[in-house]
Design a protein around this ligand. Structure first.
Ligand SMILES: [Zn+2]
Length: 257
């Protein structure tokens, strides 16, 4: 059996000297690939560096919504990193999107820089990994009005079944993380049951969002199997069959051979 952790943050900042061991532990637990996600210039560089030194790690680069509240932002690092990505480890633009939670939110600027990065992804012929929090209606409007040529995935999906239906209608993928294993996952269970098997990804969002039975601990890609098992249960199928399909979805989306 093989699985892919479609979204994690493997930075030395979180794992220190254990980083190599965390990757090895994932591989030993049938996690064939991990997608290491950047959130700004610094972490995009770090994530790419980790990918370059591990065969099983690929990366995305982009500017996270929390860093898009200013009028002007510098996105030049995206093309700069791609130019130097000689062994093709960058597989998407992300995580980018909208996050209206917390202080200092400037919705107009977030929307503007999100769309700028969608256009950049289209120019670069890359898919997009999307973060969306407390922003369902604006997110849907942007996705309806700005076609993402190479596809998109809603990472750590936490919206309602109605929103999931809209995302599927728009051709998007839905990635589920640890919260699907939590006791209060009620709405997410409906989402997991609804999302067509060829439209679903699994992820850890490590080091955050640790699934049951390890909830509260530092998360790592090896734990994606708990999330996958839970979804397979809801879909009333074997973990093996589910893993096979979800791995194919993810590899096709990120064009990993
Ligand atoms: Zn993330």
């Amino acid at each position: 059996m093989k699985l892919i952790d479609s979204h994690c943050h493997l930075y030395p900042e979180y794992y220190g000297e254990e980083l190599d061991q965390v990757v090895e532990n994932a591989v030993n637990n049938d996690i064939e690939f991990m997608i290491n996600i950047g959130t700004d210039e610094e972490t995009s560089k770090v994530a790419l560096g980790v990918a370059q030194s591990h065969e099983s790690v690929f990366t995305t680069i982009g500017l996270y919504p929390e860093f898009c509240n200013d009028d002007e932002v510098d996105l030049s690092f995206i093309e700069e990193l791609i130019k130097n990505d000689t062994n093709h480890k960058i597989v998407a633009i992300g995580e980018i999107g909208l996050d209206y939670h917390g202080e200092g939110v400037n919705k107009e600027n977030q929307k503007k820089h999100f769309i700028e990065q969608i256009n950049l992804a289209n120019e670069l012929k890359l898919p997009v990994c999307i973060h969306s929090r407390n922003a369902d209606m604006d997110m849907l409007e942007i996705l309806k009005n700005n076609k993402i040529d190479c596809g998109f995935v809603m990472h750590c999906f936490s919206s309602s079944l109605e929103i999931a239906k809209e995302i599927i209608k728009l051709g998007g993928f839905i990635s589920l993380a640890g919260p699907i294993t939590f006791k209060n996952a009620k709405g997410l269970i409906d989402v997991a049951k609804f999302v067509p098997l060829d439209k679903i990804f699994v992820e850890t969002d490590a080091p955050y969002m640790c699934p049951e039975p390890l909830r509260g601990k530092r998360n790592e890609p090896a734990n994606v199997r708990f999330t996958a098992q839970k979804i397979a249960d809801f879909k009333e199928m074997s973990l093996e069959k589910f893993a096979e399909q979800v791995t194919k979805n993810t590899m096709d989306f990120y064009k990993i051979k």
